[in-house]
Design a protein around this ligand. Structure first.
Ligand SMILES: [Zn+2]
Length: 383
């Protein structure tokens, strides 16, 4: 596929420096307002932080205009889009790269749908071949007055491993919903063509272009360009993002950690083997977490594990009453701790659990699980 000229006249063309793909698929003109909208809608306050939700989970969008992330509706791309096929490691790598590109601005990037507040959504799914470009987005929203718009990244399939392009395309398309235009610097995120080469937001003024032939473009936001560049036809992406969202987003909230399985106080027949399945919520989830696990009354061990999905496996736990402790820290160093007890005895559990809860050894096993097989060596407290 690389460098093949003229697939549908859009994809895989050569520019002077090599194979590049159109960033944006052509989209139908935005119709007048219709469909589900948020009755409490207010334009965003300039200079305040924004949340960007990267939706890797697949979506079927209803019809509305303008697009609305909270209502899952748009005026195009109303066919179902499948979940991104990449694994958790790929998703976190994409999110990490996006966070590095935006670490000067008040942009909170998450792959968990927010349950309150305004958020732009990037649907990450579908292929370049299918859509004819790396992504698409509504544009023209000067000062991001419609904060809940929806954009698209089409890097599944043969480009599913394109982490660099995943991050820069998601930001390119999100930036269109924030009112940014294309500029004529090829190393910039807002250049109208791209591939898996690194780009970034530049802190200089560049000419606004309308297409991949780099002809002059019509500015979406003459006012912000004139104030930052002295010319309506130039854009300084760094200054625009700084003005829209204010300084760096700071993570001040600790994660929330919950025990999914086993239940606190659950009884097993010894020797007991089971997965400890945890649910974690954080304003920057998913990300890389530091995890400590220990038993009994002792202090937290110095040794920790780095994991994308906290949880671990216990093997051959002998008879006794065992108190477990798990502590998890997010990338900003905020911690949460969870404590629970497990009973292990000689007899089998009295009856099958009426609610269908599993006991002993069943259940999903996390691919990142830490195995703790040498519990016999631990100090334990018998009943
Ligand atoms: Zn674009």
């Amino acid at each position: 596929m690389i460098g093949v000229l003229g697939v549908s006249g859009l994809a895989g063309f050569w520019l002077a420096w090599g194979p590049r793909y159109a960033q944006d698929a052509p989209i139908p003109p935005q119709p007048p307002a219709f469909g589900a909208q948020d009755s409490s809608f207010r334009a965003r306050e300039v200079g305040t932080p924004i949340t960007l939700f990267v939706n890797f989970d697949g979506v079927e969008l209803g019809s509305c205009s303008p697009s609305n992330s909270k209502k899952d509706c748009h005026w195009y791309n109303n066919e179902p889009i499948a979940a991104f096929s990449g694994d958790l490691q790929a998703k976190v790598a994409i999110l990490d790269a996006m966070r590095r590109h935006t670490d000067h601005y008040g942009v909170q990037i998450t792959a968990t749908r927010p349950d309150h507040g305004d958020y732009a959504m990037v649907v990450y799914g579908g292929t370049e071949e299918e859509f004819g470009a790396l992504g698409s987005a509504p544009s023209g929203d000067c000062f991001d007055s419609r904060p809940n718009e929806i954009a698209f990244v089409h890097l599944d399939g043969e480009f599913a491993s394109w982490i660099v392009a995943g991050s820069t395309t998601a930001l390119h398309e999100a930036a269109h919903t924030w009112g940014l235009d294309h500029i004529d610097l090829e190393s910039e995120i807002m250049f109208p063509a791209g591939d898996n080469s690194p780009t970034s937001f530049d802190d200089r003024c560049h000419r606004i272009v309308g297409d991949t032939d780099l002809t002059d473009g019509e500015p979406s936001c003459a006012e912000i360009n004139t104030s930052s560049c002295g010319s309506a036809g130039q854009q300084n992406s760094h200054l625009v993002l700084s003005e829209l969202f204010g300084p760096a987003y700071v993570d001040v909230s600790p994660p929330v950690l919950e025990l999914t399985a086993p239940r606190d106080g659950e009884y097993f027949q010894g020797p007991a083997s089971f997965d400890v399945v945890l649910e974690i919520r954080d304003d920057l989830h998913p990300q890389s977490y530091t995890m400590w696990t220990w038993y009994g009354d002792g202090p937290r061990p110095a040794d920790s594990t780095t994991t994308l999905s906290p949880g671990f496996r216990v093997e051959a736990l002998p008879i006794g009453t065992w108190s477990f402790h798990v502590a998890v820290a997010d990338e900003a160093g905020h911690e949460a701790q969870l404590d629970f007890e497990i009973e292990v005895g000689v007899d089998p559990p009295p009856d099958p659990e009426p609610d269908g809860c599993r006991s002993g050894g069943a259940g999903p096993r996390s691919p990142m699980a830490t195995i703790l097989p040498v519990l016999l060596a631990w100090r334990r407290r018998r009943r």
